[in-house]
Design a protein around this ligand. Structure first.
Ligand code: IPE
Ligand code: IPE
Ligand code: MG
Length: 259
């Protein structure tokens, strides 16, 4: 299994296009409500925005796009909305997979699949399998995902595999067991819809990610909005604990003084 060094240890280039963008696609319900439509219409329009975001990433050269589609807390929503979201997810996979594949996109799905029905599980597996060898954008969809679940699941699996490490395991031992082990940590996090919270998204991986919040509701988040987020990112100075002077001096790796 390939794992990449944590960005808390090596410094990624800050002044270039982010390698990995993570998005909480929020505000579908409010978008629909503003238009006197049922919430589900917002979810439906949200799929268009996801399509746009994928296209923007491909055009701009972003290598990894990870989107939060359904949180482990979203089961608390009305049953009708949950079942609509499940069938929308299934339909989206069935409809989009051929075009993702044609565009050399690799699809991955992270989260706890145990609550999904058989048909959805099979479709998810088939979609991942079809695109496994693709070398372009890696699109990861987080479904029934929670950041705490991710960490707990990783710890449990590590301890099952290597019980001898129970009291000694390191971050490096744990990393291969986390959902996003094959990707660099997100450089840029975007949350649409105005809320300023992480809502149990990638808690571990977002440790040093640049955060961008916008009031724009997800169905209205288009190419221009995406470029605004990237432009904001490119103006940030990512210091990872160091001083501005150190970075200006070109120090790109951890110094001799230990954290
Ligand atoms: C995000 O939009 C989509 C999901 C959580 C599935 P919301 O449905 O949360 O929309 P708002 O926040 O109610 O507007
Ligand atoms: C977070 O959105 C999850 C997704 C976008 C899938 P929510 O709208 O459910 O977040 P909270 O619960 O309001 O923070
Ligand atoms: Mg919401």
């Amino acid at each position: 299994m390939t794992t990449l060094p944590s960005s808390t240890r090596t410094i990624p280039d800050a002044d270039s296009i982010p390698r990995h963008v993570a998005i909480i696609m929020d505000g579908n319900g409010r978008w629909a409500k503003q238009r006197f439509m049922p919430r589900i219409m917002g979810h439906q329009r949200g799929v268009e925005s996801l399509r746009d975001a994928v296209r923007s990433c491909r055009d701009l050269g972003v290598g990894y796009l990870t989107v939060f589609a359904f949180s482990s807390e979203n089961w608390r929503r009305p049953v009708d909305e949950v079942s609509f979201l499940m069938s929308l997810f299934l339909k989206m996979l069935e409809r989009e997979i051929a075009s993702l594949h044609k565009n050399n996109i690799r699809l991955k799905i992270i989260g706890d699949r145990s609550r999904f029905d058989d048909k959805l599980c099979q479709t998810m597996l088939a979609a991942e399998k079809l695109t496994v060898a693709n070398t372009g954008l890696v699109l990861t969809i987080a479904a029934n995902y929670g950041g705490r679940w991710d960490v707990m699941h990783a710890v449990h699996t590590l301890l099952q595999d290597k019980p001898e490490l129970a009291t000694t395991f390191s971050e490096e031992d744990l990393r291969p067991y986390l959902s996003m082990s094959g990707a660099p940590e997100p450089d840029l996090f975007i949350r649409t819809g105005g809320e300023k919270r992480i809502s149990n998204f990638m808690l571990w991986q977002l440790a040093y990610t640049e955060l961008y919040f916008t009031d724009t509701l997800w169905p209205a988040f288009d190419r221009q909005e995406f470029e605004k987020a990237i432009a904001s990112y490119m103006q940030r100075e990512r210091r990872f604990g160091r001083t501005s002077d150190q970075l200006q001096g070109g120090q790109k790796t951890l110094g001799v003084t230990r954290a």
